[in-house]
Write a protein that binds this ligand. Structure first.
Ligand SMILES: O=C(O)CCC(=O)C(=O)O
Length: 256
């Protein structure tokens, strides 16, 4: 667990406030921290993801998904179990240790539960993506994504006048392994996000990537290309509605 007086683990680089990590090219607000967790922490989390009971995985057409602590029922989290320790430490503790501004201690201060209570784990082999979508009304409008294993581009889209999706992304964010991306505000409500199902991200440059100046290793992408490997993402959110009934049902039908 991170404590305010403990020296940070080697290899991580946490800003004094989120403002230092703001992606200036995007509408308010998005933040990118390249070295949010260490290589050792990444390995430990990957090991937990890979050794989770098989029943935890839901297989979709091109990717697999775990939902912690449980699926939502009618946009409600059945409050059966808290998030496991390996999803809380160090990620949530560290996230909540970063001030948003002088007046707000952290990004989840105004959210109903003051911290994320739900995590989706997506596994993307090279060639897999996720269709452009919005995250909807079940969550407080802050999404925190920790990337593990490989880099890829998240695309941001807008709808055309007639409501149809404009297929050309308005912005692209490059997410490196061990990074944290936070999106909120207009990026939650107004724009869609998605990942192209391609093996190689191309045309990567200072001009085309919104967070280029915040990357850990822009030189790795100097040729404009990113060959994808297996990438795991952990997406942290605060589900607005939590049902106490869940704790009673949870005791009767315990998940693996
Ligand atoms: O894996 C990602 O970075 C994006 C996941 C996503 O779009 C979602 O969980 O809604």
């Amino acid at each position: 667990m991170d404590s305010p007086n403990a020296p940070p683990p080697p290899q991580i680089n946490i800003p004094a406030s989120l403002e230092h990590s703001r992606i200036a090219a995007l509408p308010p607000a998005a933040y990118y921290i390249a070295d949010f967790i260490s290589e050792e922490e990444e390995r430990a989390i990957l090991q937990k993801v890979e050794t989770a009971p098989k029943a935890r995985w839901r297989r979709l057409t091109h990717r697999r998904l775990q939902t912690w602590p449980s699926d939502l029922v009618k946009n409600t989290l059945l409050d059966s179990q808290p998030l496991p320790d390996w999803l809380s430490q160090p990620i949530i503790t560290r996230l909540l240790s970063i001030p948003l501004s002088d007046s707000e201690p952290h990004i989840f201060t105004p959210s109903p539960h003051g911290q994320p209570n739900h995590v989706l784990i997506n596994e993307y082999p090279p060639n897999a993506g996720i269709m452009p979508h919005k995250d909807g009304s079940a969550y407080y409008p802050v999404v925190c994504t920790v990337s593990l294993g490989s880099s890829l581009c998240l695309n941001l889209y807008k709808s055309k006048e007639d409501g149809a999706l404009d297929p050309e992304p308005v912005w692209r964010i490059l997410q490196e392994p061990r990074s944290l991306l936070i999106t909120t505000g207009e990026l939650y409500d107004k724009y869609l996000h998605g990942i192209d199902p391609i093996p190689v991200d191309v045309n990567l440059s200072e001009q085309s990537i919104a967070n280029w100046d915040l990357l850990r290793s822009p030189s790795l992408f100097k040729g404009g290309r990113n060959e994808r490997q297996m990438r795991i993402s952990l997406t942290y959110r605060d589900v607005l509605k939590v049902s106490k009934l869940g704790s009673k049902l949870g005791a009767m039908f315990k998940r693996p």
